[in-house]
Design a protein around this ligand. Structure first.
Ligand code: KIV
Ligand code: ZN
Length: 521
């Protein structure tokens, strides 16, 4: 066993709240962002990219509040090269104990010509002026050459050298379009670090997208070539095919430390909980066979594998499930379980809830246990997710009755609490789900379009909870919400209302409004 040296320390830069939140449908509410940031901070993430403050007042407020609350991590805001962007970003990160401005500019021929419509010399000058501007606000400045992997090598080196001279302390060379292959990304970092005369004055960073499924491999190749910061997201969410997954880079370095002798500060037992939290906040389900955090990652189905596992777990497992926070067999709850049992279970699952939240979850747990014999961990997680998601909602389902069957049309009657006022409405539809959604539309007129409606069972059996995901889009932005209930129609109504709530809350934060109906047109 060799002692870890500072040279082998890799800094984990999490961009779930920025690049992750940027992907279509992954919008998080203000409260959800705070919760995710708190978890990242507790988990040992070194730098949290909390958002893009210039994008909207809502993004600015979220970055500022995260900066105010963070205990350990450096809080970073993203900014384009324009001075007004940089100044706004500086304002947002000001309350942080340690804050960073991350400013970027495209350097590839295709981006400079078509996106920026600027000559390379203008770009070069802008790199210097943007980094200088950022450096006047803070001494922790990161500069990124957007589309770095498709940039001409000489020009990339000139820009990197200029950025370091202007005061950048971290240099990020992103594979913005997920085009690189590992050997190529390795060579790029090696050559840039060897060629740029002042490269020893900055820490180099990798930022890889997964368009060809190589984001994690590329990130690790960059680290082997001397980069010491990895930009990644939980569950690998991000623009298009996503970013390198935090849980994968962390566990690859831990499990294969013989080949990847680098260390980081992440408390890996929190990975599963953090993944579930992000999945609940974004309503993006984690693919079942996802490495490290997928529900099948430690499941063994075939007889041959089960037999091997019984004889020795090392036959088919390369890491202990506990190291990533997956509990072995877990205590099943039922209608006789009391409050103390629930509190213990919530702690075991990694939830820290206020007393009021525990009270609410307990009421919902009892109601569920009355309808369902065994309540599994997944059921409890679904209850808590709902509790966290619905706490601030303006639209709340009070009751729902649906008449369905072979003799249509199907009819729904719904009572809704709209910002404290209870209203009732009836509607027909082409099927029970359509009737439920029509009811919502007449109670809360809006122009959002339904983009996705998906149902799956949280656990097994006919009494399993149905988990419904709904994605709505309005004004070019889409939001997703998820809800679960043993009754599929109730779950459908809550998921639809959850997505509508996100639209209403976002508009409310960006431009305060009176009633939700106005906000949703
Ligand atoms: O992918 C990318 O190039 C980015 C930059 C803003 C760092 O996300
Ligand atoms: Zn990116």
């Amino acid at each position: 066993m060799t002692t870890p040296s500072n040279q082998d320390r890799v800094y984990i830069f999490d961009t779930t709240l920025r690049d992750g939140e940027q992907c279509p449908g992954a919008t998080m509410t203000f409260e959800e962002k705070l919760k995710v940031a708190e978890t990242l901070d507790n988990m040992g993430v070194d730098i949290i990219e909390a958002g893009y403050p210039f994008a909207s007042d809502g993004d600015f407020e979220a970055v500022r509040e995260i900066a105010r609350r963070s205990k350990n991590a450096v809080i970073c805001g993203l900014s384009r090269a324009a001075h007004k962007d940089i100044d706004r970003c500086a304002e947002a990160i000001k309350p942080a104990k340690r804050g960073r401005i991350h400013t970027f500019l495209s350097t590839s021929p295709v981006h400079m010509k078509y996106k920026l419509q600027m000559e390379p010399e203008q770009v070069y000058e802008m790199v210097i002026s943007s980094v200088t501007r950022a450096r006047n606000h803070t001494d922790d400045v990161e500069w990124s050459s957007e589309d770095g992997t498709r940039t001409e090598f000489e020009f990339l080196c000139r820009c990197v050298e200029a950025a370091i001279n202007a005061g950048a302390t971290t240099i990020n060379i992103p594979d913005t379009v997920g085009y690189a292959v590992p050997e190529e990304y390795y060579d790029l970092f090696k050559r840039v670090r060897e060629t740029v005369p002042n490269s020893d004055k900055a820490r180099f960073s990798v930022h890889c997208h997964d368009d060809l499924g190589m984001a994690v491999a590329n990130s690790l190749a960059g680290v082997r070539a001397g980069a010491r910061q990895i930009e990644c997201t939980l569950n690998g969410i991000g623009e298009r095919a996503g970013n390198a997954a935090l849980e994968e880079v962390v566990m690859a370095m831990r499990v294969r430390s013989d080949k990847l002798p680098y260390w980081n500060n992440i408390e890996s037992t929190m990975l599963t909980h953090a993944s579930k939290l992000v999945s609940a906040a974004t309503s993006f389900p984690v693919q079942y066979n996802k490495a490290i955090v997928g529900r099948n990652a430690f499941a063994h189905e075939s007889g041959i594998h089960q037999d091997g596992m019984i004889k020795n777990a090392q036959t088919y497992e390369i890491m202990l499930p506990e190291t990533v926070g997956v509990k072995a067999t877990s205590l099943v709850m039922g209608k006789h379980s009391g409050r103390a049992g629930l509190i213990r279970k919530l702690e075991e699952l990694g939830f820290k809830l206020s007393r009021n939240q525990v009270d609410d979850v307990f009421v919902r747990f009892k109601a569920l246990a009355d309808r369902k014999k065994d309540v599994y961990d997944e059921d409890i997680e679904a209850l808590v997710d709902e509790e966290l998601a619905h706490a601030q909602n303006m639209l709340k389902l009070v009751s729902l009755t649906v008449i369905a069957g072979t003799h249509g049309p199907q009819r729904a009657t719904m009572k809704l609490d709209i910002n404290g006022q209870v209203r009732i409405e009836e509607a027909e539809g082409n099927g029970p789900v359509d009737a439920v959604f029509n009811c919502i539309k007449s109670l809360v007129p809006h122009e959002a379009k339904l983009e996705l409606y998906q149902v799956h069972a949280v656990t097994e059996g006919t009494d399993a909870q149905a988990e419904v995901s709904v994605r709505l889009s309005q004004d070019g932005r889409s939001v997703t919400a998820r809800a679960s209930d043993p009754d599929t129609l109730v779950a459908s109504a809550n998921a639809y209302l959850g997505a509508l709530n996100k639209i209403v809350m976002k508009q409310h934060r960006e431009k305060p409004i009176g009633m939700p109906a106005t906000a949703a047109h």
